[in-house]
Design a protein around this ligand. Structure first.
Ligand SMILES: [Zn+2]
Ligand SMILES: [Zn+2]
Length: 320
């Protein structure tokens, strides 16, 4: 893959689209996406399934726009909308397509037929309406549908963070939340796709007044940096997180033990190297995780308390 010159940058587009795709076609769609991405020098990850596509890609803006047209055509849509941000370096090593049962996993395939239901369009708030609601209405509950390691980096000021590890835990969270069914509830996620399913799940549980942020945090920050959203937004590529201006935040790496964003400063108990690890590994009480690397963790488990040399530096791990 050719890379843009040093003074330029990568444009990054996050997008999804629901569409009914026959299982028998997925392989050939995947191959066509793969070869076209290569032709356009685009890197990224695209999740493909019978319910549509979910993807983040990076490259030159005009090439990505070509690619989005191609995707739209392949899945029978007029247009595919993207949320844009930037990266100084390629945030993916290559372009890959993964075929999955669900393009965002809630574990509720029975909701899928409703994803195209036009009545749901009424329950989308544009970034403008979302911001107005947060700034002017008081009697609303705001729920962040993302995972704990995402909300830890940043969230809307008044939002409840459910402390889930995977989206698949969201339905149970709602069941146990005790939020009154008639309450006005606002939900959001990174780019909007999780809310497409979360809203249907909540409606099925009897919530009638649920609204989703169209385009998610990424679309909101395009219009309203430094307003109701605080901190950084976790993204699923090498950047780990973007800041209020949708630039790589640069403040987070990935935990050497589990791959989640790391926010806690430690000195490795074995080799004294300074390192950031994630809050969960940090708070686990396991001394072998108070280490700079899998290598030091391994040796600490074998011979607790023994000091040793720092391992050779390693490359960045893949986020998700
Ligand atoms: Zn960890
Ligand atoms: Zn170490």
């Amino acid at each position: 893959m050719s890379t843009p010159s040093a003074e330029s940058h990568f444009d990054v587009a996050a997008f999804y689209a629901f569409s009914k795709l026959p299982e028998a076609d997925l392989k050939s769609i995947s191959q066509r996406l793969q070869s076209y991405a290569q032709e356009l020098s685009i890197c990224g990850l695209l999740i493909l399934g019978q319910e549509g596509v979910n993807s983040t890609v990076a490259g030159r803006r005009e090439k990505i726009e070509e690619f989005l047209k191609f995707v739209a055509e392949l899945i029978g849509h007029e247009k595919v909308e993207a949320k844009w941000s930037q990266a100084p370096r390629a945030p993916f090593r290559k372009f890959a397509v993964k075929i999955r049962n669900e393009i965002v996993t809630l574990g509720k395939p029975e909701l899928v037929p409703n994803l195209q239901d036009p009545k749901n369009r009424a329950h989308r708030l544009s970034p403008e309406d979302w911001n107005k609601t947060l700034e002017e209405e008081e009697d609303v509950v705001v729920i962040d549908t993302r995972n704990w390691y995402e909300t830890e980096l940043g969230k809307f000021k008044t939002a409840i963070a459910p402390d889930i590890s995977e989206f698949i835990e969201f339905p149970r969270y709602v069941e146990n939340s005790g939020i009154p069914k008639d309450k006005k509830v606002l939900i959001y996620c990174t780019g909007g796709i999780r809310c497409e399913k979360a809203i249907l799940e909540m409606e099925q549980q009897g919530y009638e007044n649920v609204y989703q942020l169209e385009g998610g945090i990424l679309a909101y920050l395009e219009k309203f940096p430094n307003r109701q959203f605080e901190g950084d937004c976790f993204v699923f590529d090498h950047r780990v997180a973007v800041d209020q201006n949708l630039q790589p935040s640069g403040r987070f790496g990935l935990c050497p033990h589990c791959g989640q964003p790391s926010t806690k400063h430690i000195e490795c108990v074995r080799c004294d190297t300074e390192m950031l690890i994630c809050a969960h590994c940090h708070d686990s009480g396991d001394q072998s995780l108070r280490t700079c690397s899998k290598n030091c963790a391994h040796h600490t488990r074998l011979t607790p308390g023994k000091k040793g040399r720092a391992p050779a530096p390693q490359g960045l791990r893949h986020g998700q």
